[in-house]
Structure formats: structure tokens, C-alpha cells
Design a protein around this ligand. Structure first.
Ligand code: ADP
Ligand code: MG
Length: 213
């Protein structure tokens, strides 16, 4: 079943376009979340990065998935200030590398792309689940995705499990004290607030789900 479920380049381009739009729409919301426990720039940071992606996407889209996501990642790395730029930048670079210069991937390969991307965030940021970061959404999400695949769920259903678990994971950051990033300085005052990076991670995953048929 998973070998025959193909995600082509059109799919990935639409996803990137939707991420660009979502980040723009949610920019102020993300910034408000970051104002509560950080320095209030998360939405702004991501919007700068994804606006730059928008400007260049047309020039990249004739190339393979590895190339496209390398460019997306490098753009975020170079344009997005703050912790999230290098983290999302590494995510997209490794996400693309796992596509092994193909123009389309099957569902198992698609899972491997997320696995590689999320491992890159862990490697770069050294955060663990429970430290009030984007990984609190992404890690349980990826685990649920893996379980769903092991249990032979239909592809779209399996990805829904990913997004569902990521949402729950993001919400689980609300009562936490931050152990990484700027929010760490707040100590107990971070309690009661949703982590902005966990929120933006869920938005990114939703763009992948929305375009899946
Ligand atoms: P900054 O904190 O430098 O202003 P942003 O506001 O753009 O950067 O991003 C903040 C988000 O980055 C946090 O909400 C958190 O999810 C994420 N983050 C910060 N440090 C780490 C880390 N070491 N590992 C994973 N995610 C992190
Ligand atoms: Mg910030």
C-alpha cells in the first residue's frame, strides 16, 4: 500500500505555498505567543524567511525535491533570525536529502523525510521532549506516524495521526517550564503559555495534511 502511494513534486510545491500563506496569516498570532514567553519575534522571523522562499520558489521548482528543500532550508538558515531559523533550516535540508534527488517519493520515503528532518532539529538544538520546544509537538507526532504505519493505516489516516499527536504535544507545552531557548529565562513564568515553535510546527504539518488526497 505504501509503495504505491506517491507524493509528487506538485504536492510538495503546493505544501510549500501553503506554508508560506499560513505563516503570513498566523504571523501575528505566533508573534503574540512569543511575546508571552520570548522576545515576540517568532511569527515575524518566519514570515521574513518564507517571504524570501516565496520570491524564489519559481526558480527552484524545475529541480528535484532534494534541491528544492535544500534551497528552502538554506533560505531559512540565512534569513530567519533567532533559534527557529537554523532549526527549521536544518529540518528542511535533511527532509530534502532523504528524498535522494527524486522528483516524487512513496509514502515510506515520505516518512523517512520527516524522520531525518526531525532528527536534524534534535541534533542541532539538543532539546528533549518536555523542555517546551517545537520538539514537544514533532517527536510525539513522528512516533504516532510511525505507529500508524506499523499498523497499516491508510496513508492519509496515518498522517492525520501525526498531526493529531503533534497538536496534543503542542498543547502539552502549556503547563511546562522551558529548558531551552529564550523562554528558559522566564522560569516558572513560562507556565500557562503555549510554545510558539510548537505552534508553528503544527501549522507546517497541517499544510502537508491539507494537500494530501
Ligand atoms: P528566538 O527564541 O531566538 O527568538 P524564535 O522566536 O524564532 O527564536 O523561536 C522560538 C522557538 O524556537 C521556541 O518557541 C522553541 O519552540 C524553539 N526552540 C528554541 N530553542 C530550541 C531548541 N534548542 N530545540 C528545539 N527548539 C527550540
Ligand atoms: Mg523569539
Amino acid at each position: 500500500m505504501y509503495d504505491d502511494f506517491i507524493l509528487d513534486k506538485d504536492y510538495f510545491i503546493k505544501v510549500v505555498e501553503d506554508i508560506i500563506n499560513l505563516i503570513e496569516e498566523q504571523r501575528d498570532y505566533l508573534t503574540d505567543l512569543d511575546s508571552a514567553i520570548g522576545d515576540g519575534d517568532h511569527g515575524f522571523n518566519l514570515s521574513i524567511g518564507f517571504r524570501e522562499v516565496k520570491k524564489n520558489l519559481k526558480d527552484w521548482q524545475d529541480k528535484d525535491l532534494t534541491f528544492i528543500f535544500k534551497k528552502v532550508g538554506m533560505t531559512l538558515l540565512s534569513k530567519v533570525g533567532g533559534a527557529s531559523g537554523p532549526l527549521y533550516g536544518s529540518f528542511f535540508i535533511k527532509f530534502g536529502e532523504a528524498a535522494q534527488t527524486k522528483n516524487e517519493v512513496n509514502f515510506k520515503e515520505f516518512y523517512n523525510m520527516f524522520k531525518a528532518g526531525i532528527e536534524a532539529i534534535e541534533f542541532r538544538g539538543k532539546a528533549k521532549v518536555g523542555e517546551k520546544t517545537m520538539l514537544d509537538a514533532l517527536k510525539p507526532g513522528l512516533d504516532a506516524f510511525k505507529d500508524a504505519i506499523e499498523n497499516d493505516l491508510e496513508p492519509k489516516q496515518a498522517f492525520e495521526k501525526f498531526v493529531e499527536a503533534a497538536k496534543k504535544g503542542a498543547e502539552s507545552t502549556i503547563p511546562l517550564v522551558a529548558k531551552k531557548g529564550r523562554a528558559m529565562r522566564l522560569g516558572e513564568r513560562a507556565i500557562g503559555h503555549l510554545d510558539p515553535g510548537a505552534a508553528s510546527s503544527v501549522m507546517i504539518l497541517e499544510a502537508f495534511l491539507k494537500n494530501m488526497t
